[in-house]
Design a protein around this ligand. Structure first.
Ligand code: PRP
Ligand code: URA
Length: 207
């Protein structure tokens, strides 16, 4: 449906730190946490609310409370890096995990794990992955989540390539995409340019 680029000064500042090849694993994760909180704030802007009667110290009033279960769905491994920040902002969120690994030669993803909480049908499911390259991993994850009954899915990635955005829009036109940056292109190895390298390796120190 829509593609939103969160072109916010704080996000671009922190993303630049993450992109820098000299940034350590520790600082990489710290900035990812901070960006995740800012992205969580934006993508939950229109979560449905219901009235809640309360009394302030001054008078009775009708306040609001969230009326929708949020399920975070990080794509393993690198998607785990976005979970802490989202959970800080949405402590009632439940978490479903889906494991995807891209073959480095063919770039075709392989699903190796999936476990989700009940209630996908009525929840807002936010799929999390720092990188949207060819879109193969996110496409397969979204397909799996839809087959489990989810109807309201958003995809949140840090850095996307035009190729990945197009692939999601074609396969899942009902899924809104939010990015911190839409980068230039993919290189011949399927890496996003300029990108930030291998997000999982940089996050977990496995390079
Ligand atoms: C990375 C990244 C995405 C995927 C993006 O994961 O975290 O899941 O590649 O590429 P695509 O859009 O072309 O599918 P990777 O397969 O490297 O696994 P990892 O998270 O375990 O490092
Ligand atoms: N996966 C990554 O971690 N980085 C890329 O640039 C592409 C896929």
């Amino acid at each position: 449906m829509s593609v939103t680029i969160l072109d916010h000064a704080l996000i671009q500042h922190k993303l630049t730190i993450m992109r820098d090849k000299n940034t350590s694993t520790y600082i990489f994760k710290q900035n990812l946490d901070e960006i995740a909180k800012l992205m969580a704030f934006e993508v939950t802007r229109h979560v449905s609310l219901k009235d809640k009667a309360i009394e302030t110290p001054v008078c009775a009033m009708l306040g609001k409370e969230m009326d929708q279960q949020i399920i975070l769905a990080p794509i393993l491994r690198a998607g785990i890096g976005l979970v802490d920040g989202f959970r800080d902002i949405i402590p009632t969120a439940k978490i479903g995990h889906i494991g995807m690994e891209r073959d480095e030669e063919t770039l075709i993803p392989r699903e190796y794990y999936a476990k989700f909480p009940k209630g996908l049908e009525d929840a807002l499911v936010i799929v999390l992955d720092p990188m949207l390259a060819t879109g193969g991993s996110a496409n397969m994850a979204i397909e799996n989540i839809k087959q489990r009954g989810a109807k309201n899915i958003q995809l949140v990635c840090l850095v996307g390539a035009p190729e990945g955005v197009k692939a999601i829009q074609e396969a899942h036109p009902d899924v809104d995409i939010t990015l911190a940056s839409l980068d230039e292109k993919l290189n011949e190895h399927g890496y996003i340019v300029p990108g930030l390298g291998d997000a999982g390796d940089r996050l977990f120190g496995t390079d």
